[in-house]
Ligand binder design. Structure first.
Ligand code: ADP
Length: 610
């Protein structure tokens, strides 16, 4: 790769990295944006509604309690005027209104009654509606003398019914609930007795509750409220008719009846969100089916519920945010791991390719080495032949000289007609020729480039052939070779010709070491794995230099022309190729000892069968 293309590759990878980072950031940003949108549009309304409904549920409980307490109080007070009207003093006074002692008695009866039933006022009116006796007779703002014929409860009682009414008291200015009953004599109505209860006690109880309570009348005017500012306020626009009836009955002073700004938002079938002058409440209402047909409404501010919803939203958001960031982190890490893995894979691939290349090169080198080795083996053999040439020429010249003399003798015998001698001489010539042919055959085999395979060979046959090749040289020297030929027939793994070459080399080295004189001992020894050809000479021994290097190619201590330094190195490689080993050392009693360890052919086949 050129420098510029390298540069652009690194630039590209940096850009890819930047883009990856950017797209990762973009992704997180989009996810957070989606989260915010989801939170705002989906989660928040549901959460808020959930908590508002929960608040509404609690509110319903308050509402039920308040409604029940109002109903119970009204039911408790309703029979009271009837009971009071039963008192005979009341009828008597109505019939004789000017009897002062009767007035006093009645006044005190009404006062005691008011005290015992916790009524704010109990009073007796004649048929014209004028109060003739009252529990408040002794007060400065006494009801005595006041006329209430405009009040609906008076009218209802005069018609013989139970009068009920609620209004702001015209005398006391207090809100009250009025019950009234006729005082009769037989079927005749003599007057009306009325009982008034104030409602302040209810409100006092409500103020301590968490909810705001309002009680509106049938005209939607707030009659009771835990918040005093809302009192007498109308939650709806009032029609002129309604206003007129209020004025006629003097129920409320009209100047106090102003509008209260209330808006309703639907929350559930039983609950609305009521916003009263800017503050929102969860409102639940209970309409009383019986008179006075009030509507009790319980209101809880929505703020706490909204706050709870907000807290839940924050927790939810944090969890979601943590999840997003966690997922982003995991994704980032996984991507990094994948990148690292890819990088590793690429490196492994590159390394594998480099290794394959190395292996290929090594194979080629080995091939080359093998070829060189083969050439060297050949060279080594030729060198051995060269060394032997003198002995060989002697080996051939001697029989040739003998053949020549036998032939000349034969001719002389033929001239003399001595046929038997002629035959004898020709027979000797023939034997000589056979011997020369045998030597030449061995030499030819030895010199041939081996194409042989490695396999089981007869060790004795190999040694015999090697001895035959070496024989001429041995003969020309004074070296005696002592060969202990074993009884049995060992087979080893090897190649016939190459193994023969190894033995010829060892014999040749032995002869050299003994300077052509001495004893050369050749043995075949059985070993653990096979057989050993053991060669011992009684020569000069292996020099310290040679001990370290004698198996190296071209290492020789011999003079020029006598040694190439290839014999042992080639022999060593040959034996290794057979799975064996060639070693050499100095014998403790002098001279050198060489061993060729070979794998037994039968041993191997036994092993293979195992
Ligand atoms: P060369 O015979 O051509 O020198 P070799 O490889 O056969 O080559 O032998 C290398 C060397 O090993 C010899 O030069 C010699 O120094 C030493 N050597 C080999 N055989 C013997 C032996 N039998 N005794 C002493 N030295 C030996």
């Amino acid at each position: 790769m050129s420098e510029s293309s390298l540069e652009s590759a690194s630039e590209m990878s940096a850009r890819a990295k930047r883009e990856r980072k950017l797209s990762g950031k973009m992704l997180i940003f989009l996810q957070i944006a989606a989260l915010v949108a989801t939170l705002w549009f989906l989660v928040w309304p549901r959460l808020e509604r959930h908590f508002l409904l929960q608040a509404a549920e609690q509110n319903e409980v308050t509402l039920r309690l308040v409604g029940d307490s109002i109903r119970a109080a009204l039911d408790r007070y309703a029979p009271l005027p009837h009971l009071i009207a039963e008192r005979p003093e009341l009828g008597m006074l109505l019939q004789e209104p000017s009897r002062s002692n009767l007035i006093d008695i009645t006044n005190s009866i009404l006062l005691n009654t008011a005290l015992s039933v916790s009524a704010s006022d109990v009073y007796l009116m004649n048929t014209a509606g004028t109060t003739i006796a009252a529990s408040s007779y002794h007060k400065t703002r006494s009801f005595v003398g006041r006329n209430f014929n405009f009040r609906p409860y008076f009218k209802q009682a005069m018609e013989g019914e139970l009068g009920r009414y609620f209004a702001l008291g015209t005398t006391s200015g207090e809100r009250g609930y009025f019950f009234a009953a006729p005082v009769r004599e037989g079927a005749k109505i003599l007057g009306v007795v009325a009982v008034k209860f104030t409602v302040d006690a209810f409100e006092d109880a409500w103020r301590s509750a968490a909810s705001n309570i309002i009680v509106t009348d049938h005209n939607d005017i707030i009659f009771m409220a835990s918040n005093p500012e809302w009192l007498m306020r109308a939650t709806k626009e009032l029609s002129p008719n309604v206003l007129k009836s209020i004025e006629e009955n003097q129920q409320y002073p009209l100047e106090r009846v102003t509008n209260l700004e209330v808006t309703h938002t639907f929350l559930s079938s039983a609950t609305d969100i009521l916003t009263i002058e800017g503050t929102s409440f969860v409102g639940s209402s209970d309409e009383m089916s019986k008179a006075p047909h009030w509507t009790v409404t319980s209101l809880v501010p929505i703020k706490p519920a909204q706050f709870q919803a907000l807290l839940a939203l924050i927790v939810f958001s944090l969890l979601a945010l943590i999840s997003i960031l966690g997922i982003a982190f995991l994704r980032h890490r996984t991507a990094q791991q994948i990148r690292t893995q890819k990088l590793l894979e690429r490196r492994v691939k590159e390394r594998t390719a480099a290794l394959s290349h190395e292996i290929e090169e090594r194979r080629n080198t080995e091939e080359e080495l093998r070829r060189t080795q083969a050439t060297l083996i050949q060279a080594g053999k030729l060198s051995a032949l060269g060394q032997m040439s003198a002995a060989l020429s002697h080996e051939f010249n001697q029989p040739l000289a003998a053949v020549k003399s036998y032939a000349e003798n034969a001719r002389a015998f033929l001239d003399r007609g001595q046929v038997d001698e002629v035959r004898d001489n020709i027979g000797r010539i023939s034997k000589m020729a056979d011997r020369m042919a045998a030597i030449s055959k061995h030499l030819r085999n030895f010199a041939r480039r081996p194409q042989e395979a490695v396999g089981p060979v007869s060790l004795l046959a190999v040694i015999d052939d090697a001895l035959a090749v070496s024989e001429p040289r041995l003969k020309t020297s004074k070296v005696v070779l002592k060969y202990e030929r074993p009884e049995q027939e060992p087979f080893v793994i090897g190649g016939h010709v190459r193994l023969q070459q190894v033995i010829v080399n060892l014999i040749s080295n032995g002869i050299d070491a003994m300077n052509g004189e001495g004893l050369l001992e050749l043995k075949v020894i059985s070993t653990q794995n096979g057989w050993q050809i053991n060669m011992r000479d009684h020569g000069v021994g292996i020099s310290p230099d040679a001990i370290a290097q004698m198996f190296d190619p071209f290492f020789t201590t011999k003079e020029m022309g006598k040694g190439l330094g290839l014999g042992l190195s080639i022999s060593y490689n040959i034996v290794r190729d057979f799975g064996g080993n060639l070693w050499g050392k100095n014998h403790s009693e002098g001279g050198a000892e060489f061993g060729v360890d070979l794998v037994a052919a039968d041993h191997l086949s036994i092993k293979a069968v195992e």
